[in-house]
Design a protein around this ligand. Structure first.
Ligand code: UGA
Length: 467
């Protein structure tokens, strides 16, 4: 049997909240701390605050028992052996990560330390943050042997966060002391020993007791770089395939075939080679900028990352040109938009390329009727309802009398539309798909003019008119 550890998680955002309920699912006692009282009350009452698979189930199972929510970080620090910092590290104006929340939490922890504590950095932070946290705690008068600071980056994706957490590809622990590494080993033992995967009612995923996740022990600095380098690499893969898709368009080739041909090489792999309208979300744009900025500050030329960002920005503009080329003029056009979230299966609209594109289209004088299965409430804050910006109740309502339909987010439900019904609903059957959800032949068979990313445009063949 793995040992039960008292864990505090500071921050109840995507990473903090998911980590808190998952640690409880692994058998630990958890206190999740947030300084926003309204959030704490909502979580205590069973509101998950974010749209995430399995989260309601786990929150119901453990809330107010194995996971307690509170605003009092001092009490949580005194009660717990390991304190995970999972607060936001937003992007500052220079592209750096703004670490002021991390610093504030570290100072507050320092003031309440009453025995040996492991302070774990889980937010995505630049290299050297661990050292800063250590210095801040020492400056607050805490003896060096009373604490260790560890880096344990999180690799979960929004939308599949709970199963990513419990079925990780790897667990990275950057620790410069054996004592701290032992605490982290104990926390993750239910996963690394395989024990969790043999218990009843587990959250399903790829791993099993025969195939548990590896734990990689590194230095704190290496762990910090692993996180930034991994996100930057994935963003680079996306920008790479987007650049290839542009070449495919110019050469009349098909990027889906090219990506498949590349992905079958096991050194390249098929994942994150889906072309589209550019990456978004709360991580990739911020982390690429922060990693570039860290490199710059350390005198390392990593201009490759600037190219990754440039391609990403251009990709949105290219999509806008595609809409223009399909419709000729944009002013006064009535467009249906499917998807506002930055990717499918999430309600998150942070840095969403879909929102950027809708803003550009509104700026060009189009009117937009949008539908998203989960992100519309959040989107209304960025794109307020108006005569020009309408929110629909489903995909077909969005498409009614539209001059064209744009697919901007890869929600699963957008890939399974009733094409016959869709065609009958629209004014002109033109679909411009920014996520390549459809087979061009099938679209043409259903009478659509279909444009997508990195594939030749497809038009229905008009039957010859007998003279
Ligand atoms: C990303 C990473 O995938 C996680 O491993 C990491 O933990 C997380 O950031 C983080 O640092 O917190 P996430 O932002 O949830 O996770 O979303 P992804 O699924 O990675 O997608 C990011 C963006 O890239 C989306 O806009 C998505 O549409 C786009 N994308 C992804 C593509 O355009 N093509 C692809 O092939 C894959």
């Amino acid at each position: 049997m793995s040992k039960k550890i008292q864990i505090a998680v500071v921050g109840s955002g995507y990473v903090g909240l998911v980590a808190a309920v998952c640690f409880a699912e692994m058998g630990h006692d958890v206190i999740c701390v947030d300084n926003d009282e309204r959030k704490v009350l909502a979580l205590q009452g069973g509101d998950t605050l974010i749209h995430e698979d399995h989260l309601p189930e786990l929150l119901n199972r453990y809330r107010n028992q194995r996971v307690r929510f509170m605003t009092d970080l001092a009490e949580a620090t005194r009660e717990c052996e390991a304190i995970f910092i999972a607060v936001g590290t937003p992007q500052s104006e220079t592209g750096d990560a703004d670490l002021s929340y991390v610093e504030a939490v570290a100072s507050e922890i320092a003031r309440s330390i009453n025995g040996y504590k492991v302070i774990v950095e889980k937010s995505t932070v630049p290299v050297y943050t661990n050292e800063w946290i250590r210095r801040v705690i020492e400056r607050n008068g805490v003896e060096r042997e009373m604490f260790d600071v560890v880096s344990n980056p999180e690799f979960l994706r929004e939308g599949t966060a709970v199963s990513d957490f419990l079925h990780p590809d790897r667990i990275v622990v950057g620790a410069d002391s054996e004592r701290a590494a032992a605490v982290l080993n104990a926390i993750y033992a239910p996963l690394t020993s395989g024990e969790y995967y043999d218990t009843e009612n587990i959250i399903p995923g790829m791993l099993s007791s025969e195939n548990p996740p590896p734990i990689l022990l590194t230095s704190t600095k290496s762990a910090e770089i692993i996180k930034h380098a991994s996100n930057a690499f994935l963003a680079m893969k996306i920008s790479f395939i987007n650049a290839v898709s542009n070449l495919c368009e110019a050469a009349d080739a098909n990027v889906e075939q090219v990506a498949r041909g590349m992905g079958l090489d096991s050194r390249i792999g098929p994942k994150f080679l889906r072309p589209g309208i550019g990456y978004g979300g709360s991580c990739f744009p911020k982390d690429v900028a922060a990693f570039r900025s860290v490199a710059e500050q350390m005198g390392v030329d990593f201009s490759l990352l600037s190219e990754v960002e440039k391609i990403n920005t251009e990709q949105k503009k290219r999509f806008l040109s595609k809409v223009r080329s399909a419709l000729w003029t944009l002013r006064g056009k009535k467009l249906a938009v499917l998807g506002l979230a930055f990717k499918g299966e999430t309600d998150d609209i942070r840095e969403s390329p879909a929102i950027d594109l809708v803003e550009m289209l509104l700026g060009e004088g189009c009117s937009v009727t949008a539908y998203d299965p989960a992100a519309m409430e959040r989107a209304k804050a960025e794109l307020p309802e108006s005569k020009q910006m309408i929110y629909a109740t489903d995909s077909y309502a969005a498409a009614r009398d539209a001059d064209a339909l744009l697919i901007l987010t890869d929600w699963r439900e957008f890939a399974g539309l009733d094409l016959h019904k869709l065609n009958a609903t629209m004014r002109y059957p033109i679909v411009i798909d920014g996520r390549n959800l459809y087979d061009p032949h099938a679209m043409v068979e259903h009478g659509f003019t279909y444009m997508s990313v990195g594939r030749p445009a497809a038009h229905p063949v008009r039957e010859a008119v007998a003279v």
